[in-house]
Design a protein around this ligand. Structure first.
Ligand code: B1M
Length: 210
């Protein structure tokens, strides 16, 4: 049986090349892509986060782990696709202003694309005006906002408020997510949906447009 801790340890060490070959080994041994992602990789990033907090790991090391994670996710991407790939709607997504975290948001993008959504990703550090301009241009059915820092959670509120004040809420559903976000906060700021992870984000997106 494949030992998932090898993936976790290699991710924490930030060794992208070794991680890629270990991911391939795990796949060869029949481990499900979703298990590799959740038990091997995401749990590794959680440990990276804890070590970052305690000062055991520094930003350059965290970045190496983040980069290794991105490379591993690239291998898993085509394998994590959902079955139904008919066009499901337009999604506009981004990480809010002041926030540079994009690994989770990229996973949400990947799951939504594989569920058949046309996704426009505005990237990171996206202010409310940039979301508004893109809404004008692309007329999305769903706007997805990601925030990973408690300090950028207010930007979720500002962006939701701006979209609401523009009078476009009749045609747009707003979904929020990110580690510090929860259902209560989503309700408080007037978002239509909160998803705790990428899989539920794409399922909820489909349910919202039904
Ligand atoms: Co940052 N960072 N970071 N960091 N970082 C956290 C978030 C932190 C919890 C670490 C810690 O201290 N324990 C902490 C935040 C504390 C807080 O706010 N309370 C923190 C901090 C403090 C910082 C800096 C301020 C550090 C500093 O400079 N002193 C700084 C801020 C920079 C900025 O953004 N302005 C910073 C910088 C960085 C790096 C650049 C080094 C790097 C980011 C690289 C990158 O993203 N390209 C980084 C990383 C990697 C992390 C941790 C370790 C990992 C984040 C991650 O990728 N997780 C993180 C600790 C942690 O989360 N355990 C931490 C894996 C990812 C799959 O999960 O992003 O939660 P997640 O996404 C999930 C769900 O949340 C959900 O689905 C995803 C997939 O299942 N989801 C959505 C996410 N978005 C969604 C949107 C949706 C729906 C679901 O709908 C639209």
């Amino acid at each position: 049986m494949f030992d998932m801790t090898t993936l976790t340890e290699t991710l924490i060490a930030g060794d992208g090349e070794t991680l890629k070959s270990q991911v391939n080994q795990a796949l060869d041994q029949g481990v499900a892509p979703n298990d590799i992602l959740s038990s091997g990789l995401i749990s590794g990033m959680d440990i990276v986060g804890e070590r970052m907090e305690t000062g055991e790991m520094f930003i350059p090391e965290v970045l190496m782990s983040a980069h290794a994670m991105g490379e591993a996710v690239e291998i898993l991407k085509p394998l994590l696709s959902e079955e139904d790939t008919t066009s499901a709607g337009r999604v506009l997504i981004g990480t809010v202003k002041g926030d540079l975290h994009d690994i989770g948001k990229n996973l949400v993008v990947m799951m939504m694309q594989s569920a058949g959504f046309e996704v426009t990703d505005l990237g990171v550090d996206v202010d409310a005006d940039a979301f508004m301009n893109a809404i004008e241009e692309l007329k999305p059915h769903i706007v997805g906002l990601s925030a990973l820092l408690t300090t950028t959670m207010p930007m979720l509120r500002d962006t939701v408020t701006k979209i609401t004040e523009s009078g476009k809420r009749d045609s747009i559903k707003i979904m929020v997510g990110g580690a510090p976000v929860n259902q209560d906060f989503a309700d408080e700021i007037g978002a239509d949906a909160y998803a705790p992870d990428a899989g539920s984000a794409s399922k909820l997106a489909k349910a919202m447009l039904r």
